[in-house]
Design a protein around this ligand. Structure first.
Ligand code: TXA
Ligand code: MG
Length: 336
């Protein structure tokens, strides 16, 4: 879909970014999780451009980004004590809250018709400074073309959106590397709609309440499965134990990803003679799970550019941010 032809530039000039946003144009912004594709949340024209630039279906609602808790309060009808506790504990940071929206200010285009709006206070200093300069909030989905891996550098954004947006605000490489945790509340029960850096364990510790995990409906409650290849590389990715995926990839050119030494990663796989091992990628030499998260999307993008026929990866321990890593890999995987 053509959204107008821009000469996309990359820079770190807040005034330029703010200027484009005031004109209802889109700017890619750095956050601690992934880069966002931002537009003026209060201008329908601007919000609609986001769906066009990303080729994103209109039924997928957007996250409102604001500088602080006072700004959150403006756009919602109320915040329950437990949600406020979470906000005070983890914001600014990699967490998003689903709250009853103020329908006078938040349009149905932002929330895809839902009475709840997703709100997040990003911690990245560049985007914090930008939000403070603006007198409107930003809506910002991840700045990738719909369905592809989220961007964690300005160069990743450029790859996907060049010509479609005027400006990419460069804030370096995103430190967390996976999208924010999304927390909802229904009848007093906390629900995780998307896993992220702020883990189930973190939330339980802060509130004394063990949240429920209901992530299947994240993308579209009435069309489950439609978006199962979200976050996917073009090269088929196989998430599974090494013995199974070695067999599935027989005769193919493969890349294997894992953690620890390359030797130890390779030792888990047993390839037949005709299989060609193109590369072994360690996401963290010393098995640090936060480092795996921060390198995951860049490594998936790199692996996608090497002419491989399969990317093989084993699940990581399913705790803390490992849960978010496994979720993204599962969504990218051809095995369901
Ligand atoms: O870390 C992040 O959250 C990044 C950065 C840029 O802030 N943003 C991000 O946005 O990941 P996006 O659009 O790629 O993912 C937002 C998710 C979508 O899956 C959407 O369905 C869900 O949030 N969401 C947004 N508003 C919602 C609502 N009103 N009700 C339910 N889910 C909602
Ligand atoms: Mg996204």
């Amino acid at each position: 879909m053509n959204t107008g032809i821009f000469q996309t530039s990359i820079g770190n000039d807040l005034a330029i970014a703010a200027d484009w946003l005031r004109q209802s144009e889109l700017v890619a912004i750095p956050t601690e999780t992934v880069y966002g594709l931002a537009g003026n949340a209060l201008k329908e024209e601007s919000v609609l451009k986001i769906f066009l630039a990303k080729d994103r279906p209109r039924f997928n609602p957007l996250i409102l980004h604001v500088p602080d808790i006072d700004a959150v309060k403006k756009y919602v009808l109320g915040i329950s004590p437990v949600m406020e506790l979470l906000m005070n504990t983890f914001s600014p940071g990699p967490i998003t809250f689903l709250l009853d929206k103020n329908p006078d200010l938040v349009s149905d285009v932002v929330t895809a018709g839902s009475s709840k709006v997703a709100v997040r206070i990003p911690a990245h200093p560049v985007t914090q400074a930008l939000l403070k300069q603006l007198d409107f909030p930003l809506v910002a989905p991840s700045a990738n073309r719909f369905g592809y891996v989220s961007p964690v550098t300005a160069a990743h954004v450029y790859e996907g959106l060049q010509g479609r947006i005027p400006y990419i605000l460069d804030g370096g490489t995103c430190t967390v590397g996976v999208e924010s945790t999304i927390v909802d509340e229904e009848d007093g029960q906390l629900i995780i709609r998307r896993t992220g850096k702020v883990s189930m364990e973190d939330i339980a510790k802060a509130t004394g309440i063990l949240p429920a995990l209901k992530t299947h409906a994240e993308d579209h409650p009435v069309a489950p499965g439609m978006l199962k290849t979200h976050y996917a590389t073009h090269t088929p990715l196989y998430l599974g134990n090494a013995t199974d995926t070695s067999a599935l990839a027989a005769g193919k050119k493969v890349i294997i990803m894992g953690w620890g030494s390359k030797e130890s990663i390779a030792a888990s796989y047993h390839f037949q003679g005709t299989t060609i091992l193109l590369q072994v990628v360690s996401l963290s030499n010393d098995c640090r799970i936060d480092e795996v998260a921060s390198k995951l999307f860049a490594s998936m993008r790199n692996a996608d550019n090497l002419g491989a026929e399969a990317i093989l990866v084993e699940p990581f321990p399913n705790e803390g941010i490992g849960q978010a890593i496994n979720d993204r890999l599962q969504r990218a995987s051809v095995l369901h």
